[in-house]
Design a protein. Structure first.
Ligand code: RB5
Length: 180
């Protein structure tokens, strides 16, 4: 299989070890970076791997960050991607058999290299079962279209808690406002 792989700085060391492991298993590996452990933003690398999967350059994608969570959130924003954040080999098997996951996201900080190797091995051999699962996957893929049409009021980001300085400034504004 052709496997596109990328990481951020937190997943860089494991990516370096997983590439030769995948090659030993007989896969062709496309390393989409980064080339060093310098700090980077994981969405930039999630996009590269997901594009390789959706345009057919790769059969599967592998993304490694600190937890695997950020990579999976970013990857699942891409149409055509079904990314599974996996920390147990059993879940890698189910992610293929039931969810037809085409991208796997791994934790480089909380899961050992040995376990991640087992997870990848399982992920690359397990086959989608189809049947009732195919109907559900169809419904998931329809969400790509629904997402494109969704009305978005603004950036859907949790607002940061006011800092103390902001609260003091607000109080001062209130007081000065009442004086004027
Ligand atoms: C980077 O510090 C870390 O936030 C990232 O690797 C990942 O774990 C995010 O989900």
């Amino acid at each position: 299989m052709r496997i596109a792989i990328a990481s951020d700085h937190a997943g860089f060391d494991q990516k370096a070890e997983l590439i030769p492991y995948l090659q030993e298993l007989g896969h062709e590996v496309i390393d989409l970076g980064p080339a060093s452990a310098e700090r980077v933003d994981y969405p930039d690398y999630a996009v590269l791997v997901c594009k390789a999967v959706t345009n057919g350059e790769a059969d599967r994608g592998v993304l490694v960050c600190g937890t695997g969570i950020g990579m999976s959130i970013a990857a699942n924003k891409m149409a055509g991607i079904r990314a599974a954040n996996v920390i147990l080999p059993e879940f890698a098997d189910l992610a293929r058999r039931h969810n037809d996951a085409n991208v796997i996201t791994l934790s480089g900080r909380y899961v050992t290299l040995d376990v991640n190797k087992q997870i990848l091995k399982v992920f690359l051999v397990a086959q989608f079962e189809g049947g009732r699962h195919a109907l559900r996957i169809g419904k998931i893929m329809e969400l790509d279209e629904a997402g494109k049409k969704a009305h978005v009021d603004g950036p859907q980001v949790t607002p940061l808690r006011d800092t103390l300085a902001e609260r003091i400034n607000a109080k001062l504004d209130e007081k000065l406002g009442s004086l004027s």
